[in-house]
Design a binder for this molecule. Structure first.
Ligand code: F6P
Length: 327
């Protein structure tokens, strides 16, 4: 018979994302409601290895639903990639009697959870917490909505000054391997060109489109580029554009980490609360080693090994729409 969980641990791992606190709150309160002991693990796998673990109660998560960042802090742990690191983590869990883990993070964090759950008998549940929205098995991730709205708000401001000066602006947004923030914020701000890591950039086509727009007296041009793309270094791209179109008045803005901070949107708070609740429900009914996602507005479970293997694919029809709408 399946052993019932009695004590669970919760951690945030990898890059933080707005809404992680709301997810922690949901895990802690759902756990306590169901009679479980809940432990907070500081700095993700690093805190697990270093035994930085403490017992939480309902009040530990008071007044955090609206806060960005993560009260449990976060880290990317190199030590956890080694068998010795994972052994130390396991020993610490055993010492506290923790028999279930909730990991809020991105694909790197899920890889760690998958390896760990293969080696040790600790059920793990992953909650997709990443602004990049690049995880398969879910339509949404905790933090994407806030991040993309932060980018949109910033680009709208850039547009005002860009328009006043008839300039060509290259705005770099986050997304090391994923173009979702670039695609969504670019479409929402009427970008003329959007460059994403998933697609090969045809620089000649880009130059051609910008030159052609100049000829048509379309003086304002917005290029949104994801940091991880081929031309993700916006300053390098600007240098190429300046060289090829000397008449263009080019400026660059790199939005950077402001996209990761800030108070989570209503949508992210809801996603986080929903997923946090189902993380605990899953542990209680013995559904183990899955990532909780939302597909077509319904909770969806993806085995962790599948979640780490696949990436969410970009809808290519959007790229066509971008061209038409920016003409
Ligand atoms: O994973 C989210 C993310 O914000 C990526 O988009 C970005 O490339 C990376 O994290 C930045 O990481 P760091 O905060 O370590 O610079």
């Amino acid at each position: 018979m399946e052993k019932k969980v009695t004590k669970i641990g919760v951690m945030t791992s990898g890059g933080d994302s707005p809404g992680m606190n709301a997810a922690i709150r949901a895990v802690v309160r759902t756990g306590i409601y169901n009679g479980l002991e809940v432990y907070g693990i500081m700095r993700g796998y690093s805190g697990l290895i270093e035994n930085d673990i403490f017992k939480m109660d309902s009040r530990s998560v008071a007044n955090i639903i609206q806060r960005g960042g993560t009260i449990l802090k976060t880290a990317r742990s190199k030590a956890f990639t080694s068998p010795e690191g994972r052994k130390a983590a396991y020993n610490n869990l055993k010492q506290h009697g923790i028999d279930g883990l909730v990991i809020i993070g991105g694909d790197g964090s899920f890889k760690g959870a998958q390896t760990f759950s293969n080696e040790y008998d600790i059920p793990c549940i992953g909650l997709p917490g990443t602004i990049d929205k690049d995880i398969a098995g879910t339509d949404v991730t905790i933090g994407f909505d806030t991040a993309v709205n932060t980018a949109v708000e910033a680009i709208d401001k850039i547009r005002d000054t860009m328009d006043a000066h008839d300039r060509l602006f290259i705005v770099e947004v986050m997304g090391r391997d994923a173009g979702y923030i670039a695609l969504h914020s670019g479409i929402a701000t009427g970008a003329e060109n959007i460059l994403i890591p998933e697609n090969k950039t045809d620089i000649e086509e880009l130059i051609c489109s910008l030159t052609e727009k100049e000829k048509r007296k379309k003086l304002v041009n917005l290029v949104v580029v994801a940091e991880g793309g081929e031309y993700g270094d916006a300053n390098k791209l600007a240098a190429i554009v300046k060289e090829r179109i000397p008449s263009a008045d080019v400026r660059v803005c790199i939005l950077g980490h402001i996209q990761r901070g800030g108070s989570p949107s209503c949508e992210d708070r809801l996603i986080a609360s929903h997923m946090g609740y189902y993380a605990v429900e899953s542990l209680l009914i013995g559904r183990h080693n899955v990532m909780i996602g939302v597909v077509n507005n319904k909770i969806h479970y993806t085995p962790l090994d599948k979640a780490v293997k696949e990436k969410q694919k970009i809808g290519q029809e959007w790229m066509k729409i971008v061209k038409i709408l920016a003409s």
